[in-house]
Write a protein that binds this ligand. Structure first.
Ligand SMILES: Nc1ncnc2c1ncn2[C@@H]1O[C@H](COP(=O)(O)OP(=O)(O)O)[C@@H](O)[C@H]1O
Ligand SMILES: [Mg+2]
Length: 464
């Protein structure tokens, strides 16, 4: 973060400083007292399980210069505010405005699937052109986004922000915290349909990003998704389209997959063609790479530099198509960060594209699907069976529909399509049946914790 006096922190947040005004925040902003280092600003937030206000003393002991909190504390100078999360957003807004005046370029990414993957690709591409802030992980809400903004300083040239939509108006709010000049919309799928009701509702919410762009900005829209392309009239910015669609401004031709399910393609943009060999797994990454390319081109990079940087970019955030081979040769694909119908299909396509003697899909439920949940789990099971997955293991009570769907599509129940009650049962079954030459995909919504099962599977084959 840029250095700020406590008086400036109070001014930007609208809070009241208790304690000496002269001290300066020289470190970072953090909500976790365990990560506090000397010079940091500690933000006390009351969460579901713990209240940051109980850790003001710990933050002070670790060297925090001050805290943003709802009440003063004897342990350290405090900027007292009504709502520390709102204050954190205001602080980010103030700092962002200063950095933008100094030449910082801000890029926002939203969509139903692939935000983090695309942010990680774009962050690595832009880093080839200048200092870039784009932290690994999914810092895409009212807390994560301002924290990302506050990571930037005077030396930062590019700031890449992931924006998740938790209901109508949320993305508009995130855009007010840190107005982007380039906005990328990836896709509109069924993620969080429970919150938006219909895909049209989701499209309305995701499109708030392009509505927030200024006239001299660029909306990077996925031409292969009609609901995304349909956002073009909602922006004052220039529109740059990306996709396989022959009419897209930035497109991919001659897409190929190597035997590790990594895609290659020819990037066609600005009348130039450059071959790209992605290091990340799954054909769905082509769409993400094109969106990242569009944004990087809009930021002023050349097609050749973009293609080169895309070809060296690696997976930065965990549990997204993480591919590991265990000692006995079983390949484990850990895609357990989250799941919705589109990302399930993308992962199954990657699984069926991998060379293997047998393909195994260990699938947990997809959360937040609303009233369509039962039908979607049934359809997933059917599609997985039809795609040629040899063994489907559905894990947990909410996933039973996946096994039933697969059985309805012709998988022998209890043999090719198995339902197990929990992770431990899945582990026991898989320890029994996995053989060298098998490829195992592990995927579910995050709440089901299947990333731990994937980690377990990697160690079991070693005799560990
Ligand atoms: N463009 C895409 N289309 C469909 N699924 C995708 C796409 N990109 C990533 N995925 C899948 O979605 C899951 C979540 O990816 P991630 O990049 O974390 O997205 P988000 O940040 O939007 O949740 C991953 O498991 C991945 O397999
Ligand atoms: Mg994410």
């Amino acid at each position: 973060m840029i250095e700020l006096s406590l008086a400036e922190v109070a001014e930007l947040t609208g809070g009241e400083l208790t304690g000496p005004a002269g001290a300066h925040v020289t470190g970072k902003v953090t909500l976790d007292s365990r990560t506090v280092a000397p010079g940091d600003l500690f933000v006390a937030v009351a969460g579901e399980r713990v209240d940051g206000h109980d850790f003001l003393g710990a933050a002070a002991a670790a060297g925090a210069v001050a805290a943003l909190a709802v009440r003063p504390d004897a342990a350290l100078p405090t900027v007292v505010v009504d709502d520390p999360v709102v204050a954190l957003g205001r602080l980010a807004t103030g700092v962002h405005a200063r950095l933008t005046a100094g030449g910082l370029l801000t890029l926002g990414i939203t969509g139903s699937s692939g935000k983090t993957s695309t942010k990680d690709l774009l962050g690595q591409v832009l880093a080839a052109a200048g200092p870039t802030v784009s932290p690994p992980g999914s810092y895409n809400n009212d807390i994560g986004l301002p924290l990302t903004v506050l990571d930037a300083d005077d030396s930062t040239r590019f700031l890449v922000l992931e924006m998740g939509a938790r209901g109508p108006g949320h993305i508009a709010r995130l855009c007010r915290i840190a107005p982007p000049r380039i906005g990328v919309v990836l896709n509109v799928g069924s993620a969080h349909l429970g919150e938006f009701g219909t895909p049209e509702g989701t499209a309305r919410a995701k499109g708030e990003l392009v509505e927030a762009l200024p006239e001299d900005g660029t909306a990077v829209l996925n031409a292969d998704d009609p609901r995304v392309l349909g956002m073009a009239p909602r922006t004052a910015a220039r529109v740059l389209t990306t996709g396989r669609d022959p009419g897209a401004d930035v497109r991919a031709t001659d897409v190929s997959l190597d035997d590790s399910a990594r895609a290659g393609f020819t990037l066609v943009a600005s009348g130039e063609e450059h071959r790209v060999a992605l290091q990340v797994t799954g054909e769905h990454q082509v769409a993400n790479a094109l969106s990242a390319a569009g944004a990087a081109l809009a930021a002023g990079m050349s097609p050749a530099d973009v293609a080169g940087a895309l070809s060296t970019a690696t997976a930065r955030s965990r549990w997204r198509m993480e591919v590991d081979r265990r000692a006995d040769g079983v390949l484990v694909v850990n895609d357990a960060y989250n799941a919705n119908p589109e990302s399930m299909r993308a992962a199954l396509a990657a699984l069926t594209g991998l060379p293997a003697t047998r393909r195994v899909a260990v699938l947990g439920a997809m959360g937040e699907l609303g009233p369509d949940a039962a039908a979607e789990h049934d359809r997933l099971g059917r599609d997985a069976a039809a795609a040629g997955v040899d063994l489907i293991v559905a894990v947990g009570p909410d996933a039973v529909g996946i096994a039933e769907g697969a059985a309805a599509a012709g998988h022998r129940a209890g043999e090719e399509s198995v339902h197990v009650p929990d992770r431990a049962a899945a582990r026991a079954l898989l320890t029994e049946v996995l053989r060298p030459g098998d490829v195992v995909l592990v995927k579910a919504s995050r709440a089901y914790g299947l990333e731990l099962l994937a980690a377990d599977l990697l160690t079991t084959g070693d005799g560990a």
